[in-house]
Ligand binder design. Sequence first.
Ligand SMILES: [Zn+2]
Length: 328
Amino acid sequence: MAHYPTVRLRRLRYNPIIRDMIRETHISKNDLIYPLFVLPGEKIKNEVKSMPKVYQMSIDVLVEECKALVELGIPAVILFGIPEHKDEVGSEAYDENGIIQRAVRAIKAEVKNLLVITDVCLCEYTSHGHCGLLRGDEILNDETVSLLAKEALTHAKAGADMIAPSDMMDGRVAEIRKALDNNGFTKTPIMSYAVKYSSGYYGPFRDAADSAPAFGDRRSHQMDIANGDEAMREAKSDVEEGADIIMVKPAGPYLDIIRRVKTELRMPTAAYQVSGEYSMIKAAGKLGWIDEQRVMMESLISIKRAGADMILTYFAKDVAKFLDKGTD
Ligand SMILES: [Zn+2]
């Protein structure tokens, strides 16, 4: 093997044209999925306190936002709902006229060329804020799974292009697949939150989606942050149950897991750059402690380099605008 001084790795770094030519990882608008929060009412656009430039929107505002996203070249959104009423069993999650079902119908009626993905879970809809039905303080698995399948089906019927279960109950991908297939939605893909850690980085999201648990935490279903092999078991079981895309969440602190999912499973892989990752970059940028735009791009390129094919990120609009400027 050749060594210095024959080999000089800096040779390829002097000329910016060469640097561009040998760049291995690129972010394009096609990689981006933008999360949106919808709530009942009209003409509402509330900024989420802990997430600058992220809003809870009523359906009318949401539809206009979706049109603007298409203009910007963002290909996909994922919807989270804040319901009119919450109850013990999360009824609005699987109500044909629930907030998400109405939002999907409204977007589909007015916006073309936008992929609409829906998040499937109960925590935004339950009065106790947990992801499933409770018996005492236990979150029931199988009983919850049948409600999730019902929820997914109402989303598909409303026109959702893809279903994304985020609950982390065992067996839910199989049940959702079955419910979709039995009702003629054989072509609707499932993007599974297969590897979802019980993470402190979700803090700001709970403001946005109004979904903080009233007591306890999510450690009985979300994964221990310390585990990697278990993440592979989670991901493999979702593949076997029929998941089409495997998601890792959060993204930045779990790049090793994204890489393992990609190399060990060879599946289309999504990564969710979560609220805390976004808010920390925004906050430090605002304080002038980091160059926000530069760190935003670095965070996303790192997620892509780790193996993600697509990234759910609150930065999607900022990135699209940045790419339009054609600078780097
Ligand atoms: Zn949940």
